[in-house]
Design a protein around this ligand. Structure first.
Ligand code: CU
Length: 124
């Protein structure tokens, strides 16, 4: 009985083991691809709002080093991905943002305020 069953059992074990490994591998690479393509994978940069130009859809920011663009700290003008972002900030606001090159223009892809207590984990 046992002898008759073992080859089948062994085969089942092998098959299920392979299936599990394949599923895990697939899940991992799919997750990484998603992360890599999502804008949330861009590093968050510390910035301070210097000027909000709603007419031009531009934002002047004093920013820290932008590692994904190889840019040192400076004050410069950015475009914004969504004009609604300009409604979220005013001069002097401390923010965290993600920037990327879109059609050759440096663009703020993501923006979030930093409270006065300095809850920004990148600041400490
Ligand atoms: Cu810059």
């Amino acid at each position: 009985m046992l002898l008759k069953f073992s080859p089948v059992f062994a085969l089942l074990l092998t098959l299920s083991g392979t299936a599990v490994a394949a599923a895990e591998h697939h899940g991992t690479s799919a997750g990484q691809a998603k992360l890599a393509s999502a804008e949330s994978s861009l590093p968050l940069i510390d910035g301070e709002v210097k000027k909000v130009d709603k007419d031009a859809g531009k934002l002047t920011l004093k920013h820290g080093p932008i590692t994904n663009l190889g840019m040192p700290a400076m004050t410069m003008v950015f475009r914004v991905k969504d004009a609604a972002m300009l409604e979220q900030v005013k001069n002097g606001d401390k923010i965290r943002f993600a920037a990327d090159k879109v059609g050759g223009a440096l663009t703020v892809m993501h923006l979030e305020p930093v409270d006065e207590a300095g809850k920004n984990p990148q600041v400490k």
